[in-house]
Design a protein around this ligand. Structure first.
Ligand SMILES: Cc1cc2nc3c(=O)[nH]c(=O)nc-3n(C[C@H](O)[C@H](O)[C@H](O)COP(=O)(O)OP(=O)(O)OC[C@H]3O[C@@H](n4cnc5c(N)ncnc54)[C@H](O)[C@@H]3O)c2cc1C
Length: 443
């Protein structure tokens, strides 16, 4: 059993900022993440960023350097899957090499005891079902970007980037930087919502500049507003993606492509907070100005409290780290408020349009883990009924993809979260314990 004063789950920007602030304040901190290295989604380790797009790199390097120097311990490659008792979490590493466990290849389980817990579990992409969305060659924009950072070659590939959210433009620009031929970007939000959003950014000049840089990186590729995919098309013989049918509500056309990157903004990862019993409000973890949840010893920072981007994650993480160590956070409250306002603007601008709820045909898969089509779900009365009658949401992703989709399609809420948070081997019921290493040693 590993003990610490402050346990931080999630080593994205929010978790890194939280761990650093708490450790500098003199607390014994353990930072844990299921990825093999710190950075989260935006600072994912991988291929160097394309030329001219490494602007986030400096911020990342500074944050990692501060983390290295602050004395926090770390465990990477471990996923938290259970909270068996108050003040205790359990995490599993399924790679024997990373866990340095006694038997290479065996999963390694560690028990973690904490006085204060900071949840910085980030967000994932939202996928909405439309005919062809499960074809090979269709990715989430962030997922494709992660693959490319991991070495997947997109040079010369014709790519359509579609869906919703600021991630589309960022990913499209990155893909261009890696040599892809981005043929167009299709954003479902209409001009009528984008104009006020753009105008409201006058107080965020850095964000305006970043948007302009991303758009410039796209060159002459069109950026369609109020435009969404209705079907992904494949060659009947090879099954290979050949294009995507796009519509603007008035006109529908085929855009030929080799890859489609499609995702509809982000969904917060609130499963662990829900399992612990933290109050959830409008789909997000409810926190006060100190990032404290409804449980006095549990804090939450970053995307689970509202989709707000990097700036929000950093300031909320720092506040959570300081507050967990009993330090004042007054000097950060102005930034926190400004980022909160930005998150609300994002939410309003990229709200899902009603047309996207009727793209699925009766045979379109909604739960791709368990092969459950739309027709099997539309007669169900809610999430639990759908699980019991069809096995929707009971596959490896445990409803992380279809849960968000059915919420948008049918308004179903996922009412309960039970351990384990992800499928784990039976051996996860018995565990020996493990000592974390210092971050310097790890890197
Ligand atoms: C796929 C994807 C790609 C993105 N790419 C960009 C981009 O290119 N540019 C941009 O501006 N923004 C991007 N974003 C948005 C970006 O994630 C946010 O703006 C912000 O950086 C979030 O920081 P965070 O620390 O809250 O969360 P994250 O960076 O998401 O970090 C959360 C961390 O928690 C870990 N975690 C979650 N649950 C567990 C668990 N049970 N056990 C152990 N670890 C756990 C995850 O592995 C992850 O490392 C992306 C988002 C996603 C989902």
């Amino acid at each position: 059993m590993t003990q610490c004063d402050v346990l931080v789950v999630g080593a994205g920007p929010a978790g890194i900022a939280a761990a650093t602030a708490a450790a500098i304040s003199g607390r014994r901190v353990l930072l844990l993440d299921e990825n093999p290295a710190p950075g989260g989604q935006i600072w994912r380790v991988g291929q160097p960023m394309p030329k001219g797009q490494a602007e986030g790199q400096t911020a990342k390097n500074q944050a990692i350097a501060r983390l290295c120097a602050c004395g926090a311990s770390c465990l990477f490659g471990y996923s938290v899957y259970d909270a068996p008792s108050a003040g205790e979490l359990r995490a599993i590493c399924e790679s024997g090499e990373a866990a340095a466990g006694p038997v290479p290849g065996d999963p390694h389980i560690v028990g973690l005891r904490y006085e204060k817990l900071i949840l910085a579990t980030g967000a994932r992409e939202r996928f909405l079902p439309f005919p062809g969305w499960t074809l090979p060659g269709v990715f989430g924009p962030g997922g494709l970007q992660a693959l490319v950072k991991g070495g997947f070659n997109v040079a010369g590939q014709r790519i359509v980037v579609a869906g919703s959210g600021p991630l589309l433009l960022a990913v499209a620009a990155h893909l261009r930087g890696y040599g892809a031929n981005v043929v167009c970007v299709a954003e479902q939000a209409p001009l009528a919502k984008m104009l006020p959003f753009a105008a409201s950014l006058w107080s965020h000049p850095a964000r305006i500049l970043q948007g302009i840089q991303y758009r410039a990186a796209l060159g002459t590729a069109p950026f369609h507003l109020g435009c969404w995919p209705v079907a992904a098309l494949a060659d009947e013989v090879s099954g290979k993606l050949t294009g995507v049918r796009l519509t603007n509500g008035k006109r529908t056309w085929t855009q030929h492509c080799d890859l489609l990157a499609c995702g509809f903004h982000l969904v917060p990862n609130i499963e662990l907070a829900s399992l612990l019993g933290c109050a959830i409000q409008d789909g997000f973890v409810k926190v006060d100005h100190q990032q404290r949840t409804s449980l006095a010893h549990v804090y939450c920072a970053g995307e689970p409290t509202g989709i707000g981007g990097l700036g929000a994650a950093l300031v909320q993480g720092e506040i959570a780290g300081l507050a967990s160590a009993g330090k004042p956070t007054d000097s950060l409250q102005g930034r926190r408020l400004a980022e909160r306002k930005f998150a609300l603007k994002l939410e309003a601008a990229f709200r899902i349009r009603p047309e996207l709820r009727s793209l699925a045909r009766p045979d379109t898969l909604v739960c791709r883990c368990e092969d459950i089509p739309y027709a099997a779900l539309e007669k169900r009365s809610g999430w639990i009924d759908a699980k019991l009658q069809t096995r929707c949401g009971m596959g490896p992703c445990q409803g992380r993809i279809c849960g968000a989709a059915t919420e948008t399609l049918f308004g179903w809420k996922q009412t309960s979260v039970r351990p384990p948070l992800m499928p784990v081997p039976v051996s996860a019921l018995v565990y020996p314990g493990l000592q974390p290493v210092s971050l310097k040693e790890h890197l």
